[in-house]
Design a protein around this ligand. Sequence first.
Ligand code: FPP
Length: 228
Amino acid sequence: MELKIPNHIAIIMDGNGRWAKSKGLPRTLGHREGAKTLRKILTHASQRGVKFLTVYAFSTENWKREKTEVDALMFLFKSYIKNERKNLMKNKVKFIVSGRVEGVSEGLLKEIKDLEKVTENNEGIVLNIAFNYGGRAEIVDAINKIIKEDKEEITEESFSKYLYNDIPDPELVIRTSGEFRVSNFLLWQIAYSEFYITNLYWPDFNEEALDEAIDSYNKRERRFGGIK
Ligand code: FPP
């Protein structure tokens, strides 16, 4: 039987801190290594024919972490945007961000908007970075947009258009580091997604691990509430 490739894969990149700790390194180095993994996985996902890759890089709850760690994550995102620009253009990646972007610093917001603009016509894989993102916040923000427009009736389809980005729902959600939690990620979009949990820490996740997740997805029987 032909292998089904998920159109959209969403990843909770968990375990950077534990990866660093297991090696006696500061947590921030775990995040830095995690950014390298993202680079690898984006390339591989695109080569496998995935059309959308969403990754959870900073949640609305992550502000509670120590300032040094928050600063490091902000810095890392800024560096990623600067350093990856050429590579993303070369590989025709369309870069988008989902989240309360107005909540980040002016400098970072400008970098985000710039990269979204220069990559907007790219026709390769869409890289959606969930940053300052919360699933509940996204639903509340959508409702507030609807209220402002004085809409009287809404359907599931029309509601989706008010989310941060109007992209298809993920067929597959991957979480690393063995945790069985959703952690406020894409609450609306994952209604029928398949879940794949691996014990690998995110910095150890690699091309082979992504292939395993896709293989596992292929063994699932998706019924969407119906009977087969
Ligand atoms: C969860 O691991 C990971 C994060 C909160 C940050 C994810 C960020 C990256 C992978 C860096 C790449 C990001 C960008 C923006 C390019 P954790 O710190 O909660 O790990 P732990 O549960 O082991 O402590």
